[in-house]
Design a protein around this ligand. Structure first.
Ligand code: ADP
Length: 577
């Protein structure tokens, strides 16, 4: 137990009364005992006092405008820190709003705990019609890694310990913890209450791979003609940066980062095959997946994205993930730090190399693709288009490599992912495994709160709308977040036409909306940019100020592809205009 945690736990308990305490204080004490320093939430019955008591104990409470944003913030905090992010919600509707984020966290393998107050069990279970009546435990069960309920005040310490252990051990995920109002309010003897709290020891123990499993993978890599390593966000989460760097340096293997693994090794690393991504995946004969799943984001490992002859090595903490799509010839179950460390230890010098012909093939394609990209980025059409705007953002961010980047949208996501280089691990947070919209402000707030560093949220105008009200939260807590709204006036694009009636088309949003004025309502700084030069000036100024800011980037409404890079997932296979 750290001194701070001890102090916090003792203080909160002492605050109740010297002889008695209650469920609220025990929840806060249990979290403090496990080094939880921040709670993200929305208050209301029955958890308002929980937030107050947490603040009084020295813990940070960040209050949101919508539970889903608070939940996304907790999930991002979990990804960034490897400790479960805590989201606090009220009963029934607030709980359900938070559940979206809990499910998203579970899908992304981010550790978080949603703690929700709930209504009277004896009324809810007989469906007698209580205030905010819902069987929350049953509802959460399907969407979380696990769901628990604390029915007795003396079980609060046990419940929180169990939730924390479950969230971070093995494959991380979202855990739901239901605490009925009656349990929160229950008064108990202070000494007995304090004794019931638990500190979880080694919540995510190392999991070492078997040496023969490592040797099997080494033999495959040694025989490969066109080997490729793919890093996913599990590798970023694992914080095994040193072992990963050493593995890549020792072997010389080319690698591809999935979007949230960008920066694990700098995007300008000479072995990065990112600029030749399609060719690298299609031509590789041995692909080693490190904390990346062969899901839709990798075309399920099938042609045309992959060569049908490809053999796979997969490093993952979750054994059931292996063989979920393609047969895995060399499975390595363990935590990424231990597995990559074992590789470095067991590879004989010179045994694994990247054949020169393969390196040259990738380098030639990278040079070709980079030249094409430079041409697109340097064209300066007016009105401004996505590429021109993002070139300006890229150039400013090169001077701020420690700024966190949050990114969501369709075109705004697809293009920014390719254009904005990352140089530092775990500094990019995006739509993730579901390709979800609405994570923007929650992720941005968590990145700023957890790191204290500047955050730049690159948002499509449609995506921004899902969490835009959190601008008030950003301003209230004076967070160094700059929101860039790439505003082309629509979902995908802003030139949709409704030929059936006078209503706007389904993809149309308010053309030429001034999002900059939204943040001004809360005391932040609004900018409007119609050219890359104006965007450069606005972003530079906003980052220098360290204050909340929003830049409305006026993009040509005709620029953008329906469904972005996912047009093939539209049942008709085409975008409508
Ligand atoms: P991406 O979308 O970037 O390809 P995924 O979310 O699909 O990444 O995959 C992440 C994988 O990493 C999951 O299968 C998860 O089980 C795994 N993982 C998470 N943490 C660890 C860890 N510490 N060690 C090993 N594997 C991990």
């Amino acid at each position: 137990m750290t001194t701070n945690a001890t102090l916090a736990a003792t203080t909160t308990l002492a605050e109740a009364t010297s002889e008695h305490t209650d469920g609220y204080h025990l929840v806060v004490g249990a979290l403090a005992l496990n080094d939880i320093r921040t709670i993200y939430g929305v208050v209301g019955i029955p958890i308002t006092d929980l937030a107050r008591i947490a603040q009084a104990s020295g813990m940070r409470y960040i209050g949101f405008r919508h539970e889903s944003d608070a939940g996304h913030a907790a999930a991002a905090a979990g990804f960034l820190t490897r400790k479960p992010g805590i989201c606090l919600t009220v009963s029934a509707p607030g709980f359900l709003n938070g559940l979206v984020a809990l499910a998203n966290a579970t899908t992304n393998c981010f550790p978080m705990v949603q703690i929700s107050g709930s209504s009277e069990r004896h009324i809810v279970d007989l469906k007698r019609g209580d205030y905010e009546e819902l069987d929350q435990l049953a509802a959460a069960e399907r969407f979380a890694k696990a769901a628990y309920r604390v029915n007795r005040v003396e079980d609060i310490g046990r419940g929180i310990a169990r939730a924390i252990r479950t969230a971070v051990s093995g494959r991380p995920g979202g855990v739901y913890l239901d605490i009925p109002a009656a349990v929160l309010g229950e008064v108990v003897d202070a000494a007995a209450g304090a004794a019931s709290l638990r500190r979880v020891i080694d919540p995510a123990p190392r999991q070492l791979p078997a040496p023969e499993a490592v040797d099997r993978a080494i033999a495959m890599l040694a025989d490969a003609q066109r080997p490729l390593v793919v890093f996913g966000k599990g590798a970023a989460y694992a914080q095994a940066d040193e072992q990963i760097r050493e593995f890549i340096d020792t072997t010389g293997l080319p690698f591809l980062p999935m979007s949230m693994a960008k920066g694990l090794l700098p995007d300008n690393h000479p072995q990065s095959a990112a600029a030749a991504r399609s060719l690298a995946l299609r031509r590789a004969d041995v692909v080693m997946l490190v904390g990346a799943r062969l899901n839709w984001l990798l075309g399920h490992g099938e042609p045309p994205q992959f060569n049908p002859e490809t053999t796979f090595i997969q490093v993952d903490i979750e054994p059931a993930e292996l063989d979920s799509n393609q047969p895995i010839a060399a499975p390595l179950v363990g935590d990424i730090g231990s597995v990559m460390g074992a590789f470095v230890e067991r590879i004989e010098p010179g045994r694994i190399t990247a054949p020169a012909v393969w390196r040259q093939e990738l380098a030639a394609r990278s040079a070709q693709n980079s030249a094409k990209m430079t041409q697109r980025l340097d064209a300066d059409p007016h009105p401004m288009q996505f590429h021109g705007a993002l070139r300006a953002v890229r150039d400013v961010l090169r001077v701020h490599p420690h700024a966190y980047v949050v990114n969501e949208g369709a075109n705004a996501l697809d293009i920014a992912r390719n254009v904005i280089d990352m140089h530092v691990p775990r500094h990019r947070l995006d739509s993730g495994t579901w390709g979800v919209m609405g994570i923007g402000m929650g992720y941005a707030i968590a990145a700023a709160v957890e790191s204290g560093s500047p955050v730049v949220a690159i948002e499509g105008d449609s995506a921004f709308g899902f969490s835009g009200m959190e601008l008030e939260t950003i301003c209230r807590y004076r967070l160094p977040v700059v929101v860039l709204v790439l505003n082309n006036g629509g979902v995908y694009r802003g030139d949709g036409v409704n030929t059936a009636s006078a209503d706007p088309s389904p993809t149309t949003l308010m053309c030429r909306a001034h999002h900059d004025r939204l943040i001004e309502a809360f005391g932040g700084t609004g900018y409007r940019a119609t050219t890359p030069a104006e965007l450069t000036a606005a972003l530079t100024d906003a980052l220098a100020s360290g204050r909340p800011a929003l830049v409305d980037c006026v993009i040509d409404p005709r620029d953008g592809t329906e469904s972005g890079h996912l047009t093939h997932l539209n049942p008709t296979g085409v975008g409508h205009r």
